[in-house]
Design a binder for this molecule. Sequence first.
Ligand code: PEP
Ligand code: MG
Length: 882
Amino acid sequence: MNQKFVYLFDEGRADMKSLLGGKGANLAEMTRAGLPVPPGFTITTEACNAFYSAGRTISPEIQQQIDAALAELEKRVGKKLGDPANPLLVSVRSGAVFSMPGMMDTILNLGLNDETVKGLAELTGNPRFAYDCYRRFIQMFSDVVLGVDHYHFEQILDQVKETRVVRHDTELTAEDWQDVIARYKELVRKETKDDFPQDPSVQLDRAIRAVFLSWNNQRAFVYRRINKIPDDLGTAVNVQMMVFGNMGDDSGTGVAFTRNPSTGEKELYGEFLVNAQGEDVVAGIRTPQPISALKEIMPEIFQQFQEIAARLEAHYKDMQDIEFTVERGKLYMLQTRSGKRTAPAAVKIAVDLVAEGLISKEEALLRVDPDGLDQLLHRRIDPDAKLQVIAKGLPASPGAASGQVVFDADLADKLAGEGKKVILVRPETTPEDIHGMVAAQGIVTSRGGMTSHAAVVARGMGKPCICGCESLRIDLRAKQFAVDDHVVKEGDWISIDGATGRVLLGEVPLIDPVLSPEFKQLLEWADEVRQIDVRANADNPEDALKAREFGAQGIGLCRTEHMFMAIDRVPIVQEMILAETDEERRRALDKLLPMQQGDFEGILRAMEGLPVTIRLLDPPLHEFLPNLEELLVELTKLRMQEDADREQIREKENLLRKVRALHEFNPMLGHRGCRLGMTFPEIYEMQVVAIFRATAKLRQEGIDARPEVMIPLVGHVNELRIMRELVVEKANQVMEETGQRFEYTIGTMIEIPRAALTADEIATEADFFSFGTNDLTQTTFGFSRDDAEGKFLHQYVQHKVLPDNPFAVLDQTGVGKLIQMAEQLGRSVKPDLKLGICGEHGGEKSSIEFCYKTGLNYVSCSPFRVPIARLAAAQATIKHRK
Ligand code: PEP
Ligand code: MG
């Protein structure tokens, strides 16, 4: 049999999504379920790919199948495309496998021309309606297919409204629309050097091609890149009989979610416009009424809609996003799909669906994307802060943000690139603004509802967003907005609260989040399932407590250098570094010792009963000294002063000499990590004594302190052997001096390829390995992170030289291979060797999955990522359970 490229809706099924696209598969499934869906057919994604491989042409075979489907559709509905007496009008929509809201183009009312419009006017007895449809069609078709900008049409419309002295489109008459149409056609002729196509079959053909081509337009491309959707899937095209929501006050159109997509609350949630067509709701041009208003306006329709919504949800076992139209008192379902939702809503819906018996706990765990949870762990406005609320809009996407106002996506992108925080303020957003939305901290629009482009996209990105903030009078030309008597100019600071819709003047204090009961529930389920521990990277008691509250099972990395950098310690640390004799150095270290002991007591106490991995000093010493260039400038200035203080100059010269001595050509590969411990053992000795004295003291108090001493940047087993001896000696010394016996372990970080390659040797001296994948990525790629990220990595990722930034997402094929090798070699000599990861990757889902598969015992990440890691670890376990 020939390959089938075209399916009537009743020939498809939900599980044919990769062939029919999400929309096509759902239309087919709804049709099968007997729901009132306007009939139509779907041209497959394979047809789209065939179109591209045939050099952007539709083959005769596919064309023939399209013609046959159209004929069948005409037969079923008793109307004909292009028949002036009884015209069939269709919509032509894209439908990719993964939903790409606002990314692809749609054409409505196709089939209208100078003749069929008369037929439509007569059939409906409503010429005003018919001509309105025709002008909409010309406008959309010209924009999407012929490339005549929307804006020109709006201008003509505004001119006509001005001459007729009316404010709203609805006040224009059939004759007015005819006038508009004539001008539109004139515009098309001028812009395209050709007449607007009158032949409906030509219209259809060109529309189908345009949808295929839109798969590769810029905004679709950007959306795919952001959402990691492959470029070679192609889009399906859905051709469907038009139904009209704009046939009078017994008609309308709406979009509704079966649950609140912002909070997850179980309630119908959405918007409805009487006497309007679909794009009016989504485009955010008129602000619609809430769906609940439908109950008053069309009670029977509301009832029927509620029933269908409940049925769809039970059928798909998930919250649905439904588009519908009412044509002269009859309800039609246009689309249903799993609704996009905020992270809080995703969590609540998943947990509620388990309680309702629709899905299992494990399904619930898989329903929530760990990446999105960032939102829940995001900060909120401090409830005690004094706020100056200047406006209130719709709470379209939760979270709080502060930033400088910008009115233009390009500028938002540019300023964010310079490290500035910006809030993008627009009358409404379109897919062209997407880069500005990515760059902004948050988004505010003055028009549009909860399902407008801005709202949908912001929720998807997890950014705070306020829509329909109608009291803002935005003046794009003057780059300012006014509200009451406030004028806010470009560059002024505002804050927004996406959870309440409040716009605030200035920058406001934000506070840490708390976990909702549903979130806690989901994480408890995650803990029941997962087989890999989650620890946190923390170096002070506050962070440690936060991590513990978020469910961390220990500290995987306590970086001690942060303790050296405390403002009151820097002078002592400098004294230690600048010491000319051992004696001087010891004196400085003796001052640091009780301070360090206090630090370790704090963190070991906070983590009572749980392991705390403490890493000895890692960064090169010059990091604690002034910058070489600055010092040179200072010294030069001093020397030029006439009344210069000789003593001061000498001091600076001394400092400069030391800074020069410690200066490194490549600090990343320089005198750091255990190399410091090897050359300045007294520094490590001080740290180790501090750790063990803290342990002994806590033990005395009856507190179960569990230190694990970690040696950084080991490349050769001898380094670890010597450092291990140092640690053991000091432990014995402290046990003797305190009379306390305590347990401890000694391990190393694996951050140098040589360590991974010789892990069998290194394991003989280690109780545990912790993969420092930040450094291991640097040293494996030979990238210096700061240089790479600032200079070329961005381009590498953009051009897909690398699939991801390897500092964010573990490079499994390269760096990962070293980890696997170290796991095997290490455990070949020490089968119970404990393994963990403490680089940034420890909080990233695909890296966590890799760690689980490789047999690591734990991942360690920043405290705020602990819940994310718990969920990701559970998902990894469900997917690859051993
Ligand atoms: C690492 O290298 O992965 C690591 C955790 O150490 P740091 O980031 O402190 O160098
Ligand atoms: Mg490191």
